[in-house]
Design a protein around this ligand. Sequence first.
Ligand SMILES: *Cc1c(COP(=O)(O)O)cnc(C)c1O
Length: 434
Amino acid sequence: MLGGALGEAGQSLPELEETLKKAKQRNLAWYGPRMFRPSYFAGTDVLDVATKAFNLFASENWLYGRTSYPALGEFEDDVLDTLYDLFHAPAGAAGILTSGGTESLIEAVHIARDKAQATGKTGRLNIVIPNTAHPALDKATHLLAMDVRRAPPQETQEAELDWLARALDRNTVLLVGSAPPYPFGEVDPIDRLAQLAKAHGIRLHVDACLGGMILPFAEMLGRQPPLFDFRIDGVSSLSVDLHKFGYSAKGISALIFREADDATFTRTVFTDWPSGMYGTPSISGTRPGGALASAWAVMRYLGRDGFMERTRKIYEIRDEFIERLRALDASVIGRPDCYHFNFALAGLDNLLLAAELSKEGWIVSSTEKPAAVQLMITAAHEGVAQPFAKAVADIAMDIRKGKRTGGGESSVYSKVVVKQRLAKGNEARPTAST
Ligand SMILES: *Cc1c(COP(=O)(O)O)cnc(C)c1O
């Protein structure tokens, strides 16, 4: 945006605010009636709480939460106690707060590896995961010099369980299930996976990064979602992202383990250093105090009743979408247990449908295998099911008549760009703002 150097004179705050607001307009609006990509909007009141708490603690380094900033240590204890309660963690359980789902998953794999090695396992260790498990697990095994065995797509849950059982061997240390997986909204059969893990004497991690702050409230509402937490014997650890349905500012997740002893494998303490003891509970050094304060404040603001109410609304909106889409003969993939779901129309290029919807301002995601349109439902979608279904019907008719063509686009979750240093004199890149 700026090209090369920092520039000598600084800019005034009003001038910068103007620039920042203009810059924000080049982004998609992160929530709104037509935004169906992942965003966790529970109302402007909740957003206000999350943002104010974040701002109040934006510059406190949570790394010093147990030395200089005891209030952050207390927030941390409160948040963990609340999570132990929500997931029915037994006495003796413990947990850590991390920067996000990825760090929580890396630490879940890290514990499994180091605990297995501590009990004498040697050689290259591996983890076994369902087809839909999050790629952060592949990243974890890559960093930890392990292998990952990801199931290929299977026709049925039964077939996938068979595949997973066959993939386990002497060097397997961890099995993973998701509640629910990101690509489709159906919770993995955690009870069956737990039996399998127990039979092989290995750990089971439940990735509830996405559903962890939705499913407990769905249960309280009487919706009977599948069990996924520590009530299932054999669940060793569970991850939940507070920056998703904890409605917090970005940068906070939790990893809860059944046995407090697991924390010894994520913790590092160094003392051989001129500045004395350096102890951290997980991978991060400096941590955002704002994210912790934000998560804490939203929990206190909503309380159990508030979370239940917001959850009820999301499911009601979701159900109306499903109903209206089924009335168009769309089929819903699997059994969505949570807030997101995927649908497909028979005999149609559904990736083209997704692309055309997005072109018309209905910002959706898609999945491949099976090709489907994915909707992530939030409070911003109240009253939108009817116009959305109409847009789907209109676009589908155009596609069937050959009025809209093209190949659709392959699904993208996120991508990487390497920003290289260019030769002197070529740095300035003209943009809309210059
Ligand atoms: C979001 C997500 C993750 C990764 O979390 P980040 O916070 O993006 O690192 C892992 N698993 C599931 C199921 C998720 O939805």
